[in-house]
Design a protein around this ligand. Structure first.
Ligand code: FAD
Length: 294
């Protein structure tokens, strides 16, 4: 397992793909099987999200292990501060380290469904920056990724405040930033400009998610605060109930975003492929085409 911080280079944008731990054993097996298709496009790393509950956490660890064993992917397990004390977090971090992992995506996590705001666990951490500093202290050689929000985090009063908090995470020891999904590259470029003014100098990997259904995207954007550009919304409205057309529009939009980001010299692309290997491979192919023509 290689620290992602060692993989960045000027002429080779990184490709990463994110999975969430499936609910059933069967779905997990299917996901791991789909790794063969993904391996063809040689992702530089594969990240696996971390859920709120115990069984989801076990499945997350299991998914990391299987994807690593079966396909030799460089894995970035996610970790959140939700419901865990410092001692419990130390146990998880040491466990990951002893198993050979050298990357962690350090997150605060979301408030539970029925709560208005994030609840700090007893003897736990209130912010991702605390977790970053904690990991760094335990294992300085782990590469730490943190989340950035081109349209600001939903709880932040404005982008400037959110970016100051992002700077705290970087100063605490983060090696790179992966962004929340966005659909208008202009939002990312504005974010990068503002981040630059604060001397946030670690690589920023933009996160891209294709629209696959109108229902899915309305739910996700309402949760994470990302906005749908008018042009994309109008294409989707015109497609109406035609699911295949919606999917094609979503893939094309994401492909154009990727092409533009590569042209602009971004250090990588992170794909939110929603556990769909067909979608992941289409976008990975778009990435490889864009990097070859650069
Ligand atoms: P933080 O960086 O701690 O920020 C949270 C809020 O607090 C922000 O509004 C920030 O501005 C504010 N803040 C930060 N520091 C301070 C301070 N010192 N004083 C006052 N305010 C402060 N969730 C999961 O549960 N599992 C996952 O696997 C997961 N993976 C993700 C991957 C990516 C790439 C992204 C973008 C998000 C992911 N999330 C995941 C969602 C994430 O947990 C939520 O967005 C969460 O609400 C914030 O997490 P954070 O790490 O950005 O928090």
């Amino acid at each position: 397992q290689t620290p992602i911080s060692q993989l960045f280079s000027a002429d080779h944008p990184l490709l990463s793909v994110e999975f969430f731990p499936p609910k059933t054993e069967e779905a997990l097996e299917k996901l791991v099987e789909s790794g063969d298709d993904l391996a063809f496009y040689q992702p530089d790393f594969v990240s696996v999200t971390y859920g709120a509950g115990g069984s989801t956490r076990d499945r997350s660890a299991q998914a990391c292990q299987l994807l690593r064993d079966e396909h030799e992917f460089n894995i970035m397990p996610h970790l959140t501060c939700v419901g865990a004390s410092r001692d419990e977090l130390a146990e998880t971090i040491n466990g990951l380290y002893d198993s050979g992992y050298r990357n962690i995506m350090a997150l605060r996590g979301d408030p539970p469904k029925d709560a208005d705001s994030f609840v700090v666990a007893e003897n736990g951490f209130a912010y991702a920056s605390d977790l970053v500093a904690f990991i760094k202290e335990l294992h300085p050689d782990i590469a730490i990724g943190v989340a950035g929000y081109p349209e600001k985090h939903p709880e932040a009063p404005d982008l400037a405040t959110d970016l100051r908090h992002l700077k705290t995470k970087v100063d605490a020891g983060a090696s790179f930033i992966t962004t929340q999904l966005f659909f208008d590259n202009a939002d990312l470029y504005r974010f990068l400009e503002e981040a630059d003014k604060l001397d946030i100098s670690v690589p920023v990997i933009p996160g891209i998610m294709p629209v696959l259904s109108v229902k899915q995207i309305k739910r996700i954007t309402s949760m994470c605060g990302a906005s749908l550009p008018k042009e994309l919304e109008s294409h989707l409205n015109n497609a109406g109930e035609d699911k295949e057309l919606v999917r094609q529009i979503g893939i094309r939009w994401a492909t154009e975003q990727i092409q533009d980001l590569i042209e602009m010299g971004l250090p990588g692309i992170h794909l939110y492929a929603l556990n769909r290997s067909d979608v992941a491979t289409e976008l990975m192919s778009a990435f490889r085409t864009a990097t070859v023509s650069e």
